[in-house]
Write a new protein. Structure first.
Lengths: 461, 257
């Protein structure tokens, strides 16, 4: 059945689609040129002395040149899409190479965490309209150049993966909007002015003010859905066959963050305990956040801890993990760089080692205590506990002792305000959340597999 | 008298719409009180409660997508038969020959979009601190709706019965077999035995409950179909009703009372 090939070559449709993307970028930047002309004023262009003292030119000129280039590229794409080599702009090899070589799970996690930190620290800088606009342009250009790479577009262009790309832009936009409004409100507060949400907050009639927006919104969403349905066909692969396991086998995309956790945790942790903790933790949020400030307006300064924690959980640990699991994990769940072919035969050496092995074999130079085959539970228990004592003590320390230490030190204020029970819930939720990055770092630093390894009882941590 | 005035003056029209068109202040209030669909809203509302840059509209879009899913889903149910014999071929026919087969595309893309808009709705609610008193419990209901949205999407993922479907569900449901105590490869399951007989086997554990079988098979298809089309939507509808009702009772979407 030729019409069921599940990886059709997307090249010519991508060339054509890119034409529309560049055309859209041209329109966006034409608008921006006009805006810049009205707002940005002039700058002096001397080209390093070539033009003498230099000419006064409007900043908008740079945007105009950029927009003009985009228009030309758009035209070549829209007219030349039948030629499979007709990418006017390609991702240059000198960029692909270093990106490919630098890509691995460590760099990915460190990168996403760094972006998270910068986003908070530099919030005043990157939320200005011009900075936001430049970031938007750069990210679209990066994507547009990346899809000129065959391996990249075959993965990102899968119909089910397209919403993830859209989600990245939408999440990015709303994060930008949040910080922009927070910075504004925090400045208002510092200057003693009323908050943005307190101004213009008269009561208005629901008809027409709300009802009409709802109608417009419904029409727009319907239009988007129909257009999306026409442009992109829902995926349908070969008929189900229990005998043919695809490699890689992936869960639906919104669970790929959890599937990625399977690299670091056993299924009972990654698939059951941690998801449950996430949900219970989310439900517990209103009951452990005792801070009364920030109810009904955007602010960062008044809710630094709550917002930073939530953003850390949502952006690097959830959204970024989905990206990693969807786009960068290939056959055998091996890591593949963005411009790398998903080779089924790629080998990755796994020399992961358990903490008990580190302790007994490497540390003491003795063999592991051995559980005799066919032993009953009562016979197994003491040997296993002896073998794994270090990990068990470590985990107990982490979940039982550490919250108390934190209560006396870094979280003293919280402990005093929240009381014992609420504080303990908060501390344990935080520690559970941090257990993922901690296990990641241990894996990368010392190839640690399990802190507690009791395969006899399916109890590996 | 124009035709329009004649229709609006007729007994039929007046029996449906009990007041003149909402063009003046009085009737704009009355329409909100007398129309069943509009009465979910208050009569008047704080400007910030409807400002797009504040609300992001994601909760509303999520609800609208749920309606789209219901409508396209019902249409698809007229066509699709959830059996090993027909499931795949019905989807294939929807794609290749059926009039309005695009309903499947709209259904699938709305489902993806709905997962994203639920997240963004929660994102906004968190970032505006709207879960703070008196709205704590509505946030909890919201988290339940998040779970159910994911489950709706997950159960629907199986129905096309292609390779993508069964292996995604296999990977996802394999987690259940590691459930502590209740999965046969989960920690503690060995402890649950009576006189040497295990209570938790691959024919009685959490995964079996989910799949109705030891592997993803016809029983699973039937189970997921009913969960997807009937059971979960019913629960979701109830929770949505409570969610909206609480918004009204708690004094709007945001800000202290």
């Amino acid at each position: 059945m030729t019409h069921l090939t599940h990886n059709p070559d997307l090249t010519s449709s991508v060339i054509y689609g890119l034409g529309w993307v560049y055309l859209l970028m041209f329109l966006m930047n034409a608008y921006w040129t006009r805006r810049s002309y009205a707002l940005d004023g002039n700058c002096r262009l001397s080209l390093g002395g070539i033009l003498g003292k230099g000419e006064q030119i409007p900043v908008a000129a740079f945007w105009a040149v950029y927009a003009g280039m985009l228009l030309m590229i758009a035209i070549t794409h829209l007219t030349g899409w039948k030629n499979p080599q007709q990418f006017s702009l390609q991702m240059p090899e000198f960029l692909k190479e270093p990106i490919n070589r630098a890509s691995n799970p460590v760099a990915f996690f460190i990168g996403s965490t760094t972006i998270y930190v910068l986003m908070i620290v530099l919030r005043k800088w990157w939320t200005t309209p011009t900075a936001g606009w430049i970031l938007l342009n750069l990210s679209i250009l990066f994507l547009a150049l990346s899809v000129t790479d065959y391996d990249f577009r075959q993965i990102v262009g899968k119909p089910d993966n397209v919403p993830i790309v859209a989600m990245l832009y939408i999440v990015g936009f709303f994060t930008w909007l949040y910080f922009k409004k927070s910075v504004d409100n925090d400045e208002r507060k510092a200057a003693g002015r009323p908050l943005f949400e307190q101004e213009n907050n008269e009561k208005v009639l629901t008809w027409p003010d709300l009802v009409y927006s709802e109608l417009i919104c419904m029409v727009l969403v319907t239009a988007v859905l129909i257009a999306w349905g026409i442009v992109l066909q829902a995926p349908l692969e070969e008929p189900a066959s229990a005998a043919k396991t695809p490699n890689p086998s992936k869960a639906p995309w919104y669970f790929l963050g959890l599937q990625e956790m399977l690299v670091y945790f056993d299924p009972w942790m990654a698939g059951v305990v941690l998801p449950s903790v996430i949900l219970v933790g989310l439900m517990a949020v209103p009951y452990i956040d005792f801070n009364k400030a920030g109810n009904g307006y955007y602010t960062f300064n008044e809710r630094k801890f709550a917002v930073s924690t939530f953003l850390f959980g949502f952006l690097p640990l959830w959204v970024a993990m989905i990206v990693l699991g969807t786009f960068l994990r290939g056959p055998n769940w091996n890591f593949f760089s963005p411009y790398e072919f998903w080779d089924v035969h790629k080998l990755e050496l796994l020399n992961n080692i358990n903490l008990s092995e580190l302790f007994w074999i490497k540390g003491l130079g003795r063999p592991l205590p051995v559980v005799p085959p066919g032993a009953t539970f009562a016979q197994q228990a003491p040997i296993i506990l002896l073998r794994e004592w270090l990990g068990l003590v470590g985990v107990a320390f982490y979940l039982v002792v550490l919250p108390n230490i934190m209560a006396a030190t870094v979280f003293k204020k919280f402990y005093v305000k929240m009381g014992f029970l609420r504080y303990m819930v908060l501390a344990n939720l935080m520690l559970m959340m941090m257990s993922l990055p901690i296990k990641m770092v241990l894996r990368w630093a010392v190839n640690l597999k399990y802190i507690v390894a009791i395969p006899e009882w399916f109890f590996n941590i | 008298m124009s035709v329009g005035d004649y229709i609006r003056g007729s007994q039929i029209w007046k029996s449906i719409f009990r007041h003149p068109a909402p063009v003046d202040r009085r009737n704009r209030v009355v329409v909100m009180l007398t129309n069943f669909f509009l009465h979910l809203h208050p009569v008047s509302i704080k400007q910030q409660g409807i400002a797009l840059s504040y609300t992001w509209c994601m909760g509303g879009i999520t609800f609208f997508l749920f309606l789209v899913e219901t409508i396209t889903g019902v249409l698809l149910m007229f066509y699709y038969r959830p059996t090993l014999e027909f499931a795949f071929n019905d989807i294939l026919a929807l794609r290749d020959v059926t009039t309005l087969g695009i309903m499947r595309e709209v259904h699938r893309w709305s489902a993806h979009a709905m997962v994203i808009t639920v997240w963004l709705h929660m994102y906004r609610v968190f970032l505006t601190g709207s879960y703070k008193p008196p709205r704590e419990f509505n946030w909890v209901i919201g988290v339940l709706l998040l779970v159910l949205t994911l489950l709706l999407s997950f159960t629907g993922y199986l129905l096309p019965w292609d390779q993508l479907a069964i292996w995604a569900i296999t990977v996802g449901s394999n987690m259940a077999r590691a459930t502590p105590f209740l999965g046969y490869e989960g920690p503690g399951a060995q402890l649950l035995n009576i006189g040497g007989y295990d209570l938790i086997t691959n024919g009685s554990d959490a995964r079996f409950l989910l799949l109705g079988s030891r592997f993803v098979g016809e029983a699973t298809l039937n189970r997921f179909y009913i969960l997807h089309c009937v059971a979960i939507p019913l629960v979701v509808s109830l929770l949505i009703a409570i969610h909206f009702w609480r918004v009204r009772k708690d004094g709007g979407i945001s800000q202290p009372l």
